[in-house]
Design a protein around this ligand. Structure first.
Ligand code: HEM
Length: 252
């Protein structure tokens, strides 16, 4: 059964191999079992697809409202990313994935989009035993605590008076390095033991898409298109994002 299952889903082969082989970590769950593997694959697909799609949609909308940020990202790509091809018609068709770590400003812009529009806008948790929250509120083991990541990312007491503004610079130090922001402050990927397992994968995927799109296309929002968030499990745009896409001729 296992080889058949793997053949149908080659793109998740590495995760599956990891689970199937790493029996010490998951031995109580029978990791070689097809049902276990199916459930793991499904949760990776559900957790990883809509979240990244939502993040990129808000990111490109924010870029369209802040063209100076797009210009800075283009400059950063041009100076820090070395294309593997010199063929002009195929500019940046391929680049070294390690080089993505050099794109500090792009990283800041993506974090800023995730802060303002967290793809998972709400979460709920329950304590395993009665507890007292930092606010002084007592909670029972049965209490469901719902918290809103959308609001937390916009709190002036946490992010400053300009909390509602899209400022990639917020994430970059004066020396041009990324500022470390604790995950309990920047909660878009959650924090602690149930933190997002795909955080690094998600950032790499989003940077790759951003580089390709920003370098090769101009994106313009269709005039009059209404942008509204849907308060749901995933922070979709109610009417989606309608855009005009133009191929860039002068790739600088
Ligand atoms: C921008 C993209 C993403 C965001 C904002 C995001 C956010 C989150 C959040 C907030 C949670 C915690 C949910 C909770 O505790 O209720 C979570 C969990 C998880 N994420 Fe992501 N995620 C993203 C992309 C991905 C990707 C690409 C993958 C897989 C490749 C992934 C895999 C997972 C898994 C497996 C969990 C469950 C972890 C656990 O409960 O132990 N995520 N994610």
């Amino acid at each position: 059964m296992l080889p058949g299952l793997l053949a149908e889903i080659p793109r998740v082969y590495d995760y599956v191999t990891e689970f199937a082989l790493n029996t010490t970590k998951y031995k109580l769950l029978n990791p070689g079992d097809d049902k276990f593997l199916r459930d793991m694959i499904l949760s990776f697909m559900l957790a990883g697809r809509d979240t990244t799609g939502s993040a990129l949609t808000w990111f490109f909308w924010l870029l369209s409202k802040n063209p100076e940020v797009t210009t800075k990202i283009r400059q950063e790509i041009n100076t820090k990313l070395s294309p593997r091809t010199n063929n002009d018609s195929d500019h940046f068709s391929s680049f070294n994935p390690q080089d993505l770590n050099k794109l500090v400003y792009l990283h800041g812009a993506l974090c800023e989009a995730l802060r303002l529009y967290p793809p998972v806008p709400f979460q709920h948790k329950s304590p395993t035993k009665p507890d007292v929250l930092p606010s002084g509120h007592r909670v029972d083991a049965s209490t469901k605590i719902v918290f809103c990541l959308y609001s937390l990312g916009r709190m002036k007491s946490l992010w400053g008076e300009d909390a509602s503004e899209f400022k990639p610079e917020r994430w970059i130090s004066e020396t041009g390095r990324l500022i470390h922001v604790p995950s309990f402050k920047f909660l878009s990927f959650n924090a602690g033991p149930r933190t997002c397992l795909g955080k690094e994968v998600a950032m790499t995927q989003m940077k790759t898409v951003a580089v390709k799109v920003i370098q090769n296309y101009e994106i313009e929002i269709v005039e009059g298109h209404k942008i509204e968030p849907v308060p749901s499990i995933i922070l979709h745009m109610k009417q989606g994002l309608k855009v005009m896409v133009t191929k860039r001729c002068n790739l600088v």
